[in-house]
Design a protein around this ligand. Structure first.
Ligand code: ADP
Length: 243
């Protein structure tokens, strides 16, 4: 770890990677990338690369976990051992257990689980490359994988992290900004319903900064949501050419 703090906001007002404060990293979204899963998606936010796979609704094992009135949602967020610069232990860490839980709770809010009682929907999120924002990229991918599996949803979930670096609020922070910045606020929404399904804050923001950070996050989320819908259309709205 480099102990000297890098310059995060340059003299020209841009960020260390040349982005404006309200600019997302280049985003790539692809739906249906795994043929063995019922639904899948790949999401890249800059160097952060995440794949999500969904199985179900299907029979539950072990049986005693069955819920009589709705589907059980299980979620595993996992970072591949090769996803970080220092090799990460493949065993689930406390952080991965926490992230699996908050991601599951967010997904639960978006899925009509009552339509599939006594079944399970299993969601796997695999971080292939980590450069900050893996929970938000993971949730964005998982939501698309659920949609790709044909499971009825209230809305897609789009997510991004807002941060504060060198006193400036910035959209979609990367690992360097997360490590040396003053605050990290991941947020996720069902955009059409204007409903927040995940909001965390690491660090300190004033009340005014917090309100501004929410607005900045919403702006990013609307852009991501548009790209999500585009990626779904690319897979599902391919009409055969008329002769
Ligand atoms: P998020 O990935 O959602 O931003 P954190 O804020 O916990 O979650 O992590 C920020 C970044 O720190 C990650 O995206 C990753 O690049 C890096 N990181 C997290 N855990 C580890 C780890 N065990 N080893 C190396 N780097 C890690």
């Amino acid at each position: 770890m480099n102990l000297e703090k890098p310059i995060l906001i340059r003299e020209d007002g841009l960020r260390h990677d040349g982005r404006k404060p309200d600019e997302l990293r280049p985003i790539r979204i692809e739906v249906g990338v795994l043929s063995n899963a019922d639904g899948s998606a790949l999401v890249e936010f800059g160097r952060t690369k995440v794949v999500a796979a969904v199985y179900g609704p299907r029979e539950i094992h072990p049986k005693h976990m069955t819920l009589p009135d709705r589907a059980l949602i299980r979620c595993r967020y996992h970072m591949a051992p090769f996803s970080t610069s220092d090799r990460k232990s493949p065993a689930p860490s406390r952080r991965e257990i926490e992230l699996s839980k908050v991601i599951r709770e967010a997904l639960e809010a978006s899925i009509f689980t009552e339509l599939f009682p006594r079944t399970t929907i299993d969601v796997f999120i695999e971080v292939l490359q980590a450069d900050g924002g893996t929970r938000t990229a993971g949730l964005t991918a998982a939501s698309l994988a659920v949609a790709d599996a044909g499971i009825p949803m209230r809305d897609l979930i789009a997510a991004v992290a807002v941060g504060k670096v060198d006193g400036v609020l910035v959209l979609d922070i990367d690992e360097l900004e997360d490590e040396y910045g003053e605050a990290d606020m991941p947020m996720a929404m069902m955009p059409s319903l204007n409903q927040i399904v995940l909001l965390q804050l690491n660090g300190v923001l004033t009340r005014e900064e917090f309100m501004k950070a929410i607005e900045l996050g919403k702006k990013g989320i609307m852009e991501i949501y548009r790209m999500q819908k585009e990626a779904l259309s690319k897979k599902y709205l391919q009409y055969p050419e008329v002769e």
